[in-house]
Ligand binder design. Structure first.
Ligand code: 2PG
Ligand code: MG
Length: 430
């Protein structure tokens, strides 16, 4: 089935910033849309998000150049191709761009096209996207990692640590993970209200962090879990995204809220101390994106009992994942489509992670759209975990809800192993 037209437009993400939508049309009239997300705490090794940088329009953030690349060069390469040859198309787009970081045409232009074509292929076959992406092999519903308090760049630096999240460890079904989460999320509002700290939500829908010290958040989080009727560390575990790249400047890590400065060894020691002190089951980016030595200290100390996810460290980039596996630097990889820029490369990153016995965590960006591609990607690849931000705001809920629909479509084929996924990577939660 041939791709007969490619169109693009500038739409807006959950922060009200411009982003790219691509529409692929096939010879039988079938269409597929690709909506591109956008990060704030981006890693330096990510593929390039092309923005116009014209300060007179949308504060420099418009994406009209990327849109015109889709309609021009990218369309010329794409039209007439077989919609079912995703790998061939993605390879052609990478070659057409010709740069390592997709900086000529823009990873947003290329990814929008890649996603639109993937969706059109599924629509042409009249099957759901997860069935098409996973060639019918994807049946595992993910364990969600859901944010309760948002910080870092998603809360204008109000606190240093970016994500305070929870994971429902004893839930027996995907629905039960959502029930546990909903209970803790609403209990957290009660706790914040009582303490006079309730002040709206951060970029990913978690509560705005009105705290004076980073560690005060643990106290509020534990109180929220208990208020909801659960035992921290038993039914509900704590998961963090330190986003440490944003804290690392001139060779030191800084917690600005407490005016504390740390060397690599000292910051690694703080991460290890927190894992010993609180029921933390997962930490993302405990160390900065190029601090390989720091990552190794953390992995050696706590890698047997805590998931250690590389986000800025790996940027969904196969070469960096290979390096991390060789160095035994982590035990999990955050997977974001727009960090690398094509569907094929993203799925290859997931497969490599799994082949190493590590865990892929499929993730949204802080700037999201109403699209739920990643819910399908998580199930299609049996990734086992999904991170989408909090339990509010429809750009987040669209993804959680989509998994419920996928479960319905899978019927008796649906599987859920929840926190059992950790054991498959040799992680024994205490
Ligand atoms: C992250 C993501 C999502 P951003 O750091 O993991 O929480 O944030 O999209 O801003 O990079
Ligand atoms: Mg992150």
């Amino acid at each position: 089935m041939k791709i007969t037209s490619l169109d693009a437009l500038q739409i807006f993400d959950s922060r009200g910033n411009p982003t790219v939508e691509v529409i692929a049309t096939l010879e039988d009239g079938t269409t597929g849309h690709g909506l591109v997300p956008s990060g704030a705490s981006t890693g330096h090794h990510e593929a390039l998000e092309l923005r116009d940088c014209d300060k007179s329009r949308f504060r420099g953030k418009s994406v009209f150049k990327a849109v015109s690349h889709v309609k021009g060069e990218i369309a010329s390469t794409t039209l007439g191709r077989d919609v079912f040859d995703q790998a061939g198309l993605d390879a052609a787009l990478i070659a057409l761009d010709g740069t390592l970081g997709k900086s000529r045409l823009g990873a947003n232009a290329i990814l929008g096209t890649s996603m639109a074509v993937a969706q059109a292929a599924a629509n042409a076959k009249r099957i759901p996207l997860f069935e098409s992406l996973g060639a019918g092999q994807g049946t595992l519903l993910p364990l969600p990692e859901i944010q309760i308090f948002g910080g870092g760049k998603h809360a204008q630096g109000r606190i240093d640590i970016q994500d305070f999240m929870i994971m429902a460890l004893t839930a027996q079904s995907y629905e039960e993970t959502l029930e546990v989460t909903a209970n803790v999320f609403h209990a957290a509002a009660d706790v914040m209200r009582e303490r006079g700290l309730l002040a709206g939500v951060a970029d990913e829908g978690g509560y705005w962090p009105m705290f004076d010290r980073n560690e005060d958040v643990f106290d509020a989080l534990m109180a929220s879990i208990e208020r909801a009727g659960y035992t921290p560390g038993h039914e509900v575990g704590i998961s963090l995204d330190i986003a440490a790249t944003d804290l690392f400047h001139d060779g030191y890590y800084t917690l600005g809220l407490e005016q504390r400065r740390f060397t690599t060894e000292q910051f690694a020691a703080l991460m290890i101390e927190w894992v010993e002190k609180y029921p933390i089951v997962s930490i993302e980016d405990p160390m900065a994106e190029d601090d390989w030595a720091g990552w190794q200290i953390v992995r050696e100390a706590i890698g047997q009992r805590c998931q250690l996810i590389g986000d800025d460290l790996f940027t969904t980039n196969l070469e960096r994942i290979e390096r991390g596996i060789a160095a035994s630097a982590a035990n999990a990889v955050l997977i974001k489509l727009n960090q690398i820029g094509t569907v094929t490369e993203t799925i290859a990153a997931i497969h490599r992670t799994q082949a190493a016995g590590w865990l892929p965590v499929v993730s949204a960006r802080s700037g999201e759209t109403e699209d739920a591609f990643i819910s399908h990607l998580a199930v299609a690849t049996n990734a086992g975990q999904l991170k989408v931000g909090s339990f509010s705001r429809s750009e987040r809920m669209a993804k959680w809800n989509e998994v419920l629909r996928i479960q319905r479509l899978l019927g008796s084929r649906a599987r859920f192993i929840g926190a059992g996924i950790f054991a498959s990577a040799g992680i024994q939660l205490p």
